[in-house]
Design a protein around this ligand. Structure first.
Ligand code: GLU
Length: 463
């Protein structure tokens, strides 16, 4: 019987959803979707000091924004403590785990002696039960930790979906603490019990977890659990080759929402970081799901490329229907304190979207149609000259009376040029600066048509 495909994303709520975690979530989600399986959200919140509800809310908001829907969860590890405890009790009873009463000074001395002998420091197994081995007397009043009885010999290996066969000798692994002296379970142990209970078939995660995997496999084996397939995805690197971090710019998914990126563009761009489908660069979420079967995951790390993300986003902005785009732009304008509640915004998006790679850039243009603009000082001084002012005033008069559509506006501009000795660029640049603050805009008649007549007349008269 083949196993049902079940994947999970297991963020720790100690901060916002990081781009790297979002990419792992995306891969896990697409893989589950591809095989008609389940995708599960699990919140790894056992680091109580650093976990916050705000971070949980942010993670969920980011998943929703990226439209990474999950069949199950969010599960919270802190709500599963009883379960972890009962597994630990069972393991001690079965002999796959044992109590260790070593105090930290004792461990320090042990490690010091090992180092002095030129050995790698590791737990020496002094409380590990072996057939025929006498154990020390448990000291009075010392609560023990629980250690996993890791196999002493042999290898642990797995066929990593990304990295291929990985083999670790058990001598490299010592007896991991699975419960602290206060009874709280430790990180690797919780992950194991969760993956087991949640019947996770495939664990896709960052390769910063590669060292945890042999330990987790040994514990799963000791529990008689079916092993998931593991795939460790290389980290995303910044442009300088270091692991992508705040130093390189925004790393929280929701910062990209704020900065005017479309979720579809993020999904498209993120999926290409460490995965490929031929030469395809632009593809829908549907195609990703159709193609993403766990193959073609790159062994080498991907590099964050802000310019490429901007290009991808620009393509999605261009392709988006204007009415839908205008809703996103209106929301960005609200953040700038400007309300755009009339029917003009779709047309403004249509006219400007070719020159914008984010909805924020589009909103900055659109704001000029709804709120006063301050012309760029240099442009103003250079282009709105005394030689041009009379023509601008004449245009204002003509526009005060003409029909409010592009052809009539174009005719009014032509009449002004005919009546003065100015060339089109001289007049058009000055008018652009007065209307939108800058001389680089789309065709002037198209721009003017999207303004309210009184705004145009007022800005040109004020000139
Ligand atoms: N909580 C871990 C992290 O945020 C994920 C662990 C896992 O995927 O196994 O990196």
């Amino acid at each position: 019987m083949t196993r049902k495909i079940r994947t999970r994303i297991a963020p720790s709520p100690t901060g916002f959803l990081h781009l790297g975690t979002a990419r792992t979530a995306l891969f896990s989600w697409a893989f589950a979707r591809h095989f008609g399986g389940d995708f599960i959200l699990r919140i790894e919140d056992t680091d109580v000091a650093r976990s916050t509800q705000e971070a949980v809310d942010q993670i969920i908001a980011a998943m929703q924004w990226l439209e990474l829907g999950y069949e199950e969860g969010p599960y919270y590890q802190m709500q599963r403590l009883e379960r972890y405890r009962s597994v630990i009790v069972q393991m001690v009873a079965d002999g796959t785990a044992y109590h260790c009463y070593c105090q930290s000074d004792e461990l320090d001395a042990m490690r010091g002696a090992q180092r002095a002998r030129g050995e790698k420091p590791r737990y020496d197994g002094r409380w590990r039960p072996e057939p025929g081995k006498p154990l020390p007397q448990p000291p009075a009043g010392v609560p023990p930790v629980v250690r996993f009885r890791n196999p002493l010999d042999g290898d642990v290996s797995w066929d990593d979906l990304v990295k291929g066969l990985i083999t670790i000798n058990n001598r490299e692994l010592d007896d991991l603490i699975i419960a602290r002296a206060d009874g709280t379970p430790t990180y690797n142990f919780c992950v194991v019990v969760d993956d087991w209970d949640m019947q996770i078939s495939h664990v896709l995660r960052g390769d910063d977890h590669v060292n945890n995997t042999p330990r987790q496999i040994n514990i799963l084996r000791a529990l008689g659990a079916e092993l998931p397939v593991y795939g460790h995805v290389p980290m995303i690197l910044g442009p300088d080759g270091d692991k992508l971090s705040k130093r390189h710019g925004a790393v929280s998914v929701m910062q990209y929402e704020e900065a005017g990126y479309l979720p579809e563009a993020m999904v498209n761009y993120l999926s290409r970081l460490g995965w490929s489908h031929g030469d395809d660069e632009l593809f829908s979420r549907g195609s990703l799901v159709e193609w993403f079967d766990g193959a073609h995951l790159a062994k080498s790390p991907a590099q964050w490329d802000a310019a490429k993300l901007n290009w991808v986003n620009a393509q999605y902005i261009k392709a988006m229907p204007d009415a839908a785009l205008s809703k996103l732009v209106a929301a960005q304008m609200m953040r700038l304190g400007v309300v755009a509640d009339d029917g003009r915004l779709s047309g403004i998006c249509a006219l400007f979207k070719d020159r914008c790679d984010t909805t924020v850039a589009l909103a900055r243009w659109a704001v000029g149609f709804y709120a006063p603009v301050t012309p760029e000082a240099g442009e103003y001084a250079r282009l709105v000259t005394d030689a041009v002012r009379p023509a601008v005033a004449l245009l204002a008069d003509k526009l005060a009376a003409c029909a409010w559509e592009r052809a009539a506006i174009a005719a009014a501009i032509k009449e002004v040029l005919a009546a003065t000795s100015l060339k089109m660029p001289q007049l058009a640049m000055a008018v652009r600066v007065l209307l939108l603050g800058t001389s680089q805009t789309p065709s002037l008649d198209a721009v003017i048509e999207l303004f309210l007549r009184e705004t145009v007349v007022h800005r040109l008269k004020k000139g």
